[in-house]
Every structure is written in structure tokens, then in C-alpha cells.
Design a protein around this ligand. Structure first.
Ligand code: APR
Length: 174
């Protein structure tokens, strides 16, 4: 089931919320800052403990990592790193799709029955919301429709911060 809500993702009671992080995973602005503030210092410590794959990189673009949610209502945070948008011809669509796919796979591996996504890459990273939302909805639908690892019973929430973003998703998921 897909649900679209408008609001602050840190308040949602779901098994996992997704963080639009950066490759260092040590916090930032936007939704990343909000999640770190709400989860508390332990989230920073847990992120610090995620091994670096190369200096300064704990989660490469398009991949996902899991930590507990600590003081959040959500049990887990799935950290993923979206692409910085240039013009859509530098691999951005595939990398953004990979964020959704890898976060969903990690949620399923950890027996999550509900997961909430923010609009990854559409803030500081500049991805146009219409294009990003189409990719998000397509990947979630593909995940839910029948591959071996899919969880048709999973609840997926698209958590839009703005009314405008919610309208975009509402048009795609009537
Ligand atoms: N709940 C839900 N959505 C939120 C919240 C919140 N509390 N705060 C912000 N947002 C929304 C923004 O309005 C935007 O639609 O999250 C979406 C993603 O925006 P950003 O947080 O800027 O994420 P992104 O574009 O992926 O850029 C990632 O920002 O702070 C840094 O560390 C982060 O470097 C990374 C970069």
C-alpha cells in the first residue's frame, strides 16, 4: 500500500524512515538535520561507527545503510545518498532509482512492514520534484509487484514536506 502524507518525517510511527543523507553520514541540513536532531546524539555515534568505504565516504551515492532510530518513533533510519542534480544526463535518474531500491531492500531484509521516504535529492541537491517523484513511485511499485524479495504487504509512505510536493505525488498515485 502506498500512502502520501504532508509533514515532518521525524514524527511518523513506522518501522523505518529514510534519511536523505550525504556520503559522510554525519548530518547536515534539511531532512538530515531534522532526523539527527530528533534522534539525538546516539544517531551521530551510530553513523560514525559505520565503516568508511573510502576516506569520508560511509555511504556512496545510490547505496543505503541502516542504523537504529534511537529517540525517533521509527525503529530504524535507512540512510541513503541521492545524486546532486546537474541536467539529468549524468546518471542522476539511475542513481536516484538505486536509492529507492536499496532502501526498500534493506527495509525488507530487516523485516520492516512500513517505511517512509522523504523527497530524496529534491532539496539542496536540486532534483526537479516531478522527475524525482516519477522515479520514486515507479521504483516502489516495481518493488511491491512481485519479485522474490518484494513485500506486497509493505506500507510505503511518501512524506512530503510541502503542499506542492504532495500535489505532485497525489497526481502520480491517484
Ligand atoms: N520531513 C520531511 N521532509 C523534509 C523535512 C522533514 N523534517 N525537512 C526537509 N524535508 C524535505 C525538503 O523539503 C525536500 O523536499 O526533504 C526533501 C529533501 O531535501 P534535503 O533535505 O535538502 O535533501 P537532498 O536534496 O537530498 O540533499 C541532501 O542535504 O543537508 C544535506 O546532509 C544532507 O548533504 C545532504 C543534502
Amino acid at each position: 500500500m502506498i500512502r502520501i502524507v504532508q509533514g515532518d518525517i521525524t514524527t511518523l510511527t513506522v518501522d523505518a524512515i529514510v534519511n536523505a543523507a550525504n556520503q559522510a553520514m554525519l548530518g547536515g541540513g534539511g531532512v538530515d538535520g531534522a532526523i539527527h536532531r530528533a534522534a539525538g546524539r546516539e544517531l551521530y555515534e551510530a553513523c560514525l561507527a559505520v565503516p568508511e568505504v573510502r576516506p569520508g565516504v560511509r555511504c556512496p551515492i545510490g547505496e543505503a545503510r541502516i542504523t537504529p532510530g534511537f529517540r525517533l518513533p521509527a525503529k530504524f533510519v535507512l540512510h541513503t545518498v541521492g545524486p546532486v542534480y546537474r541536467d539529468g544526463r549524468h546518471g542522476e535518474p539511475e542513481l536516484l532509482a538505486a536509492c529507492y531500491r536499496n532502501a526498500l531492500a534493506l527495509a525488507a531484509e530487516n523485516d520492516c512492514r512500513s517505511i517512509a521516504f522523504p523527497c530524496i535529492s529534491t532539496g539542496v541537491y536540486g532534483y526537479p520534484i516531478e522527475d524525482a517523484a516519477k522515479i520514486a513511485v515507479r521504483e516502489v511499485r516495481t518493488f511491491m509487484s512481485g519479485r522474490a524479495s518484494a513485500r506486497p504487504d509493505m506500507e510505503v509512505v511518501f512524506c512530503c514536506f510541502s503542499e506542492r510536493d504532495k500535489q505532485v505525488y497525489d497526481r502520480l498515485v491517484p
